[in-house]
Ligand binder design. Structure first.
Ligand code: PHE
Length: 635
């Protein structure tokens, strides 16, 4: 048997353990994803399904995870294949645990990349990199899109090289902590990072809550989040979003809490620890998650703009809107840096947790030394992230986020809850949970764990599945992008005016977009074009030149492009004093063929599932062989 099996590390102090577990849960999900989801799903309307999900899905799954984890640790297993195996003792059990390794391994590939952006933006804030000066305008949206390589232009960055560099720094920082182990790594970083995170959160919440009213007021922002709108309670997507948020934020259905709990001693409590972890997470989510980004956006952009900002994605709230707010307040140097460091710290204590299952597996089950295990992990981490960085412009990150961060964790939680309540049995499961418990968990949760949680999860999965089939949302469609070349040299702002979906102009535009998409799909490659546009105050923008891929030029006449550009996004106001003469700008268009990139990304994710399945299979076969051999010898 592998020598490392007997010598597993244990948490040294309770406070260190709790801070590490809270660090696991508290992440980007709390500070960006929560406000984004809440604002996009009706503000106060979101909070009711959110708290219901916390009670019937979040807390029960949290306790199940801690119980399974401690049980596994008692049997020298730090990851779900071994844990399920020792609980169920059936040959299939270990394979059900594969997702408890593959889902976090896939999750980490994009999560650390986002973490790296936060670090980069802390650096940009400190340096004032995104301040506009007389010679250099910084459009924060374009700045972000060029930083990640999403935009077709190169005003501020040539490509995602700098982002990749920050990713490497982030991975090495993670590996440093992971390599130091449970006590000197995870526990140590939790004890430093969590209090710091709390302090940063307080500073920012104080700053935002004391902002004077501008386009909106702080009170309006808070009201938006906390005034329940009962009419949205019948919308299934609001419930799905709320349940998804609870899973994501509590780090449930990933195998990471199980791994953390495996470092408990056999008689340590799990009931109170589980509740404390969830409570700390919810505290930070509900307080800091709603006191910072949304009220700041309401103050700065006005209440009406917030749902639109939220719908444009969590990253836009964090990297574009918050940066713009900080810059607008002249507060980017200190408060901007603190905001991005807050995000980075929160992400960091989560990413080490997400990496821990793979590391624990290589040590506990494959019998590798810490050095070798870390080396293997590092290689698979960096290699796996390459497609995320290089194919980001095709939506690779969102794709992995969907499979691991949205579907994967609910899917694995469903497996876990059924195993726990129905195969292991709620009788034994409840006894396990109560063993050493310093908290009497109300008995209704026993009922919930058996009759509510598993069924709700299966129903949610079924709903998703049907929805995906009906809307055919799994088929990658081409996307259209544009950006202004030489934007940095152009002073002033563009207002983004989207025509209403049902206006005739909006319809024509949609038809054009559809035509271009179809052409891209037929050609199976990207199509690019460049339009020189003349902007004159008081007149609508005119295309004076339109070149590029012949296919694109043929199907999209300049007049259409004009309409596209003019209607969709350009309302240019030059700043006072800037030249009024007609301005010429080049707009770069790209219609991107995504299918290839998306399938590569999906195969990478599947590859991790395959690798872990094969590893599990061969490790267990080897064990059986050894057992049989020693049985024959002693006979
Ligand atoms: N809970 C983390 C967050 O809120 C993300 C995470 C999910 C971490 C699953 C570990 C496991 O950002």
């Amino acid at each position: 048997m592998a020598s490392s099996r007997g010598g597993r590390e244990r948490w040294k102090s309770r406070i260190g353990m709790i801070l590490a577990a809270a660090g696991n849960a508290v992440g980007i999900g709390n500070l960006l994803r929560f406000p984004g989801q809440a604002a996009a799903n009706g503000g106060g309307a979101f909070m009711i399904p959110y708290f219901v999900s916390l009670l019937v899905l979040g807390l029960p799954m949290m306790w199940i995870a801690w119980t399974i984890g401690r049980f596994g640790g008692r049997h020298h297993h730090g990851t779900t294949p071994g844990m399920f195996d020792s609980m169920i003792r059936r040959p299939y059990a270990k394979y059900l645990g594969v997702l408890g390794l593959a889902v976090p391994m896939v999750f980490i590939l994009f999560y650390t990349y986002i973490e790296a952006w936060c670090l980069a933006y802390a650096w940009f804030s400190w340096r004032g990199s995104y301040l506009s000066t007389p010679g250099r305008t910084v459009d924060l949206n374009l700045f972000f899109n060029e930083f990640t390589g999403m935009a077709p232009t190169h005003n501020y960055f040539a490509g995602p090289e700098l982002a990749a560099l920050f990713f490497l720094i982030t991975v090495f920082a993670n590996m440093f902590v992971l390599y130091r182990g449970v006590n000197r790594g995870l526990e140590w970083v939790g004890k430093i990072a969590m209090p710091l995170l709390f302090l940063f959160g307080l500073v920012l919440a104080f700053k935002v809550l004391t902002l004077p009213a501008m386009k909106g007021s702080v009170a309006e922002g808070l009201n938006f989040l906390y005034n329940p709108d009962f009419s949205l309670l019948l919308t299934p997507t609001v419930w799905l979003a709320a349940a998804g948020q609870i899973f994501f934020t509590l780090s449930i259905g990933m195998g990471t809490m199980e791994t953390y709990a495996s470092y408990l001693r056999p008689d340590d409590d799990v009931a109170l620890n589980g509740l404390t972890t969830a409570s700390l997470n919810e505290f930070i989510e509900v307080i800091f998650g709603s006191a910072i980004a949304i009220p700041a956006a309401v103050v700065f952009f006005g209440l009406a703009a917030v749902p639109e900002i939220a719908a444009s994605g969590s990253f836009n709230i964090g990297m574009v809107s918050m940066a713009e707010i900080m810059r607008g307040l002249g507060a980017e140097h200190w408060f901007g840096t603190i905001w991005f460091l807050l995000l980075f710290l929160a992400a960091f204590t989560s990413s080490v947790a997400v990496a821990q299952p793979a590391l624990a597996f290589l040590e506990d089950e494959a019998g590798l030394s810490r050095q070798s295990a870390s080396g293997v992990l590092l290689i698979f981490w960096v290699l796996g992230t390459l497609p995320v960085i290089l194919l980001f412009r095709y939506g690779a990150l969102a794709e992995l986020d969907f499979w691991s961060g949205t579907l994967g964790l609910v899917f694995f939680a469903a497996i876990e809850s059924i195993l726990f309540a129905w195969v292991f049995g709620i009788e034994r499961g409840w006894k396990e949970l109560m063993h050493g418990a310093q908290l009497r968990v109300p008995r209704v949760f026993r009922f919930v764990m058996k009759w509510v949680t598993p069924f709700v999860l299966v129903a949610v999965l079924g709903f998703w599945f049907l929805d995906a089939i009906m809307t055919n949302s799994l088929a990658p469609t081409p996307t259209l992008h544009w950006g202004v070349e030489g934007r940095a040299a152009l002073p002033g702002d563009f207002a983004h005016l989207r025509p209403a979906e049902d206006s005739p102009a909006g319809e024509r535009l949609a038809t054009l977009e559809e035509t271009v998409r179809r052409a891209v799909s037929a050609e199976r490659r990207d199509l690019a074009g460049w339009a020189v546009i003349e902007l004159a105050p008081g007149a609508s923008p005119k295309v004076v030149e339109w070149t590029g891929d012949p296919t694109l030029i043929e199907i999209a006449p300049a007049a259409w492009v004009e309409e596209w550009v003019g209607l969709q996004s350009f309302d240019y106001t030059p700043p006072p004093g800037a030249p009024v003469a007609p301005l010429r700008v080049t707009v770069a268009f790209e219609a991107r063929y995504r299918a290839l990139a998306i399938w590569i990304t999906r195969w990478v994710a599947l590859g991790y599932v395959a690798i872990f399945t094969i590893l599990i299979h061969s490790i267990w076969s080897e064990r059986r062989r050894l057992r049989e051999e020693s049985g024959r010898e002693s006979a």
